[in-house]
Design a protein around this ligand. Structure first.
Ligand SMILES: *[C@@H]1O[C@H](CO)[C@@H](O)[C@H](O)[C@H]1NC(C)=O
Ligand SMILES: *[C@@H]1O[C@H](CO)[C@@H](O)[C@H](O)[C@H]1NC(C)=O
Ligand SMILES: *[C@@H]1O[C@H](CO)[C@@H](O)[C@H](O)[C@H]1NC(C)=O
Ligand SMILES: *[C@@H]1O[C@H](CO)[C@@H](O)[C@H](O)[C@H]1NC(C)=O
Ligand SMILES: *[C@@H]1O[C@H](CO)[C@@H](O)[C@H](O)[C@H]1NC(C)=O
Length: 213
């Protein structure tokens, strides 16, 4: 009955005891790495009922067969595993039981390392239920061409916009200039036709208009 209540209310806080153990490879479970670099394959576990002798392992799906990379047993919460078995070169365990962290490092990545990695966990408290999360590694030669084309697209869009803006400003200024010239010509015509008296009349006229209105 108590566990029913826990399972009824805890989903709202994101941790239901139906799935007591949860493995996670993060919000972005894939990575693109340049060959020769060293990458972190992240994995954490969470369990709201606590762990006892949690068995975990990392596997790599190579040509359809699962190759074990590392495994060990974590005695209980916040206790480091006695010994982490490493089954493949260039793999290093960098996890920490304090952070529920069972991540591994993969050194000097080769193109053959590209593929799907599985972080697997089994908590005997849950009668042999298996839990896992996957992480995909892409290995590339250099920075991708797609990124360059995207940059070019953005750059040309911004450039095009600026060019358009400049053209618009030029046309606007030119139009204003032409309009000003036309206006100037019209003023000249008025001045020449009505003479100097016209400006004096205009000034006194503009002073007296508010009084009249
Ligand atoms: C990555 O692979 C390319 C092409 O095979 C190679 O030329 C380059 O030296 C490699 N880089 C590293 C750091 O291994
Ligand atoms: C997987 O395939 C690659 C290339 O075809 C090969 O070099 C490698 O030895 C294979 N690995 C296994 C475990 O069969
Ligand atoms: C990774 O490559 C560097 C340089 O080639 C080498 O010194 C280092 O031992 C390699 N690390 C592993 C774990 O293979
Ligand atoms: C797990 O540990 C590694 C190595 O210390 C660290 O780089 C990584 O950020 C940790 N991951 C989490 C989710 O704490
Ligand atoms: C859990 O995993 C183990 C080892 O990989 C496997 O032998 C077992 O059949 C799995 N159990 C279930 C219920 O999937």
């Amino acid at each position: 009955m108590f566990s029913f209540f826990i399972c009824f209310f805890l989903p709202f806080s994101g941790m239901c005891c139906v799935h007591a153990l949860e493995m996670s490879t993060g919000k972005i479970p894939f990575l693109e790495a340049v060959n020769g670099s060293t990458v972190l394959l992240p994995c954490t576990y969470a369990s709201c009922i606590g762990i006892t002798n949690l068995y975990f392992k990392w596997e790599f799906n190579e040509n359809g067969t699962m190759q074990k990379l590392a495994d060990s047993v974590i005695p209980t919460d916040h206790v480091e595993p006695n010994k982490v078995n490493i089954y493949r070169e260039r793999v290093e365990y960098v996890g920490s039981s304090k952070g529920n962290n069972i991540s591994i490092l993969l050194w000097n990545v080769t193109f053959g390392d590209a593929g799907v990695y599985t972080c697997f966990g089994k908590n005997p408290k849950e009668k042999g239920k298996n839990h896992s999360a996957i992480f995909t590694l892409y290995v590339v030669d250099e920075l991708r061409v797609v990124d360059n084309t995207l940059t070019i697209i953005i750059a040309s869009c911004v450039g095009g916009f600026i060019a358009l803006l400049m053209a618009f400003m030029l046309i606007k200024n030119f139009t204003l200039f032409v309009l000003a010239k036309i206006e100037e010509k019209n003023k000249e015509c008025l001045v020449t036709s009505s003479g100097i008296d016209n400006t004096e009349n205009g000034l006194s006229g503009s002073k007296s208009t508010p009084k009249k209105a």
